[in-house]
Design a protein around this ligand. Structure first.
Ligand code: ATP
Length: 262
């Protein structure tokens, strides 16, 4: 694969909800993430695209404070203006950070409805009034989940499970929703549906950090993008420009130079 070396910064917003500077991750002696800078503007959809093993999940887990015991991270993470590096997961969730992991981690034997209620548990425990109202918003966003409210999560289709994972995360009313490869293992039609929903979420004001191997779908919905290769950001820019960058076209969108010109 041709290494990407440009560091173009285009139209990056000033009002950031997340500002990451010099973030590194090591698994033992192995460096999984080189010093990385990244920003998410308020209300923006920002994507990080990259191949298998590029370090995408590592980045999200470091932001969430959810690295495995062997993983060590350093650097600055400013979320909503607060330095959260060193905070545990619960504290980060409390400040409005939520991660939908690649494995989706639903409670298979529990109903769709109960999985969603669990997503709102922290707000319930904190005595936040009206937390249950979010359920109506989630069901409005995912009518299919409403139809299947009583069904066990383990019996849902792959796409429905992804919807439930998204819906459950939204029940926590996050200000930054981090999605780890929501398209993984889904048929193209279902991928389109999930990405339409992600795009719709923009209107709710939630900011989104979307990690994806499906560069085409991710750059289509995102405002801004980063390309991660072997633990380093090698290219960044507004999503439309990245989608037309010759090296992204060739390495991530599978289009040769000849096809670009047609
Ligand atoms: P994929 O798209 O396949 O999920 P990714 O871009 O999310 O890949 P990561 O899972 O973050 O990549 O992995 C980045 C690197 O860190 C890889 O070389 C991987 O082998 C290594 N790595 C990930 N988790 C661990 C771990 N718990 N212990 C040791 N090395 C790890």
């Amino acid at each position: 694969m041709t290494p990407l070396t440009d560091q173009t910064t285009l139209n990056h917003p000033d009002a950031s909800i997340l500002q990451v500077t010099g973030l590194t991750v090591q698994y033992g002696k192995v460096a999984a993430l080189d010093p990385t800078d990244l920003q998410v503007g308020k209300g923006q959809i920002v994507t990080v695209i990259g191949a298998n093993g590029a370090g995408k999940s590592t980045l999200l887990n470091a932001l969430m404070g959810a690295l495995p015991p062997k993983g060590q991270s350093h650097g600055s993470i400013l979320f909503q203006g607060q330095a959260v590096q060193g905070w545990d997961i619960e504290q980060r969730v409390g400040l409005g950070l939520t991660l939908v992991p690649e494995r989706r981690e639903l409670f298979a034997s529990m109903s769709v409805h109960d999985n969603l209620l669990l997503g709102g548990f922290r707000l319930h425990r904190a005595g936040v009034r009206g937390w249950r109202d979010t359920l109506d918003d989630v069901y409005a966003l995912f009518p299919r989940l409403h139809e299947r409210a009583g069904q066990a999560a383990g019996t849902l289709s792959g796409g429905e499970r992804q919807m439930l994972a998204l819906g459950r995360a939204l029940m926590a009313r996050p200000s930054l929703l981090m999605l780890d490869e929501p398209s993984l293992g889904l048929a193209p039609r279902v991928v389109r549906e999930i990405f339409q929903t992600i795009s719709q979420l923009r209107s709710t004001g939630v900011s989104i950090l979307l990690v994806e191997q499906n560069a085409r779908a991710a750059l289509h919905v995102a405002d801004y993008g980063y390309v991660l290769e072997t633990g380093a950001v090698v290219l960044q820019g507004d999503a439309a420009s990245l989608a037309n960058h010759p090296q992204v076209l060739e390495s991530y969108l599978g289009l040769s130079g000849a096809r670009q010109r047609t």
